[in-house]
Design a protein around this ligand. Structure first.
Ligand SMILES: N[C@@H](CCC(=O)N[C@@H](CS)C(=O)NCC(=O)O)C(=O)O
Length: 368
């Protein structure tokens, strides 16, 4: 049996829990309190992060993408990746959007409208036996790390309203898609569903003010959240089918187009800048951030704004997952991937050149 160190408010914790439940992988969930951090997470991973899995064989897994890669090999039933190269490339693109781009509404709404709730919960998770006052005091200290991520990702006073407008449009488009299909890529959940579920459950459904908004604006998205959160109660049947990746439904291309419009330039420019930085640096272990960049939210709309953000090294590692599928495909498959990504305005990402790749060593991002 696997042990999942987690907290319910965690974005990535929600992603991996739902995945494990869907796959029917036996696991016990253990609250990531301060004792778990000091006796399990820090000694095994080397830095404080959640979720972490200790496998039955005693192996430590950190990073939900690595966890899913691991389990997709070990438990091949009910794969969350379509068989075709275009389906796989799209799944990794959706994972990247869910993991990195939906951080904007998730962090914005949590820290703008649900701060006290989140602070209390962080304090309670840290030490469930402490008094409420003590939990609030410690919770504030823990919360600071996450609040400080807001300006790092360009979530500021200046961008707040645009992030909200973009999120509401996203909810409408996802609602529409879900009225035709139960999941992002058709009749069964894919990697993208789990990645989207992270922010949409942990932050945007559980946090009280955000949950109210979601219930009012997108009841179908709430139903999807509830379904994604109850695979342990109701095992869906295997293989209900994927959409046709050579001609994806309009509801999906509209949703993808909306999410890709602002994110494509962000990731393309970030990876290009990292490649330049890597050429002039001899660092083996990657810093989390390596510079600053400008970006736009709501491009072309009345709510368009630009802001500064820190450039991350992690984005390239995730982008490599999309590009690996493209690079390892033959001509016909590549053409199909290009046609698919063109449908939603993201074929530019397929031209990103990554000469210096990143890998993982001891739970750290390193130059390969
Ligand atoms: N990409 C990682 C991200 C994990 C992550 O960012 N976890 C958050 C909580 S949801 C955390 O503990 N972050 C601490 C940190 O990154 O310093 C994954 O997929 O697991």
């Amino acid at each position: 049996m696997e042990t999942l160190y987690n907290v319910d408010a965690s974005y990535y914790g929600a992603k991996i829990r739902s995945y494990l439940q869907y796959k029917g992988i036996p696991f016990t969930e253990v609250l990531g309190d301060r004792v778990v951090f000091s006796t399990k997470i820090l000694p095994n991973v080397g830095w404080p992060v959640i979720p972490v899995i200790l496998t039955e064989c005693g192996k430590t897994l950190q990073d939900t993408s690595d966890m899913i890669d691991h389990y997709e090999l070990v438990y091949s039933g009910k794969s969350v990746l379509p068989e075709t190269a275009s389906g796989k490339a799209l799944s990794y693109w959706l994972e990247l959007i869910g993991d990195e781009w939906l951080k904007l509404p998730a962090l914005h709404y949590r820290w703008r409208y649900n701060s006290d709730f989140a602070v209390r919960e962080m304090g309670r998770n840290n030490d469930p036996s402490a008094t409420a006052d003590e939990q609030f005091r410690v919770g504030k200290k823990i919360a600071k790390t996450f609040q400080d991520w807001c300006p790092i990702y360009g979530i500021t006073e200046h961008t707040g309203l645009s992030i909200e407008t973009e999120y509401l449009i996203f909810l409408q488009l996802f609602e529409k898609h879900l009225s035709a299909f139960p999941y992002l890529l058709g009749g069964q959940p894919s990697l993208g569903d789990f990645a989207f579920f992270g922010p949409l459950y942990a932050h945007l459904y559980r946090d009280p003010a955000s949950g109210d908004l979601m219930r009012e604006a997108a009841p179908g998205v709430c139903d999807w959240v509830i379904r994604m959160n109850s695979f342990n109660l109701q095992q869906p049947s295997e293989g209900c089918g994927w959409v046709d990746f050579e001609s994806i439904p309009d509801t999906l291309s509209h949703l993808l187009n909306h999410l890709s419009r602002d994110f494509v330039p962000v990731i393309a420019e970030e990876v290009q800048a990292l490649q330049l930085w890597l050429q002039s640096s001899s660092d083996v272990i990657m810093p989390r951030y390596f510079g600053d960049g400008d970006f736009v939210i709501g491009a072309g709309g009345p709510h368009e704004v630009s802001e500064k953000r820190r450039l991350t090294t992690y984005g390239q590692w995730m982008m490599q997952r999309v590009l690996n599928v493209f690079e390892n495909s033959g001509d016909t498959e590549r053409k199909k991937i290009t046609r698919l990504f063109s449908c939603f305005g993201a074929c530019r990402v397929l031209d990103i050149v990554i000469s210096i790749k990143l890998g993982k060593r001891n739970f750290q991002l390193v130059r390969e």
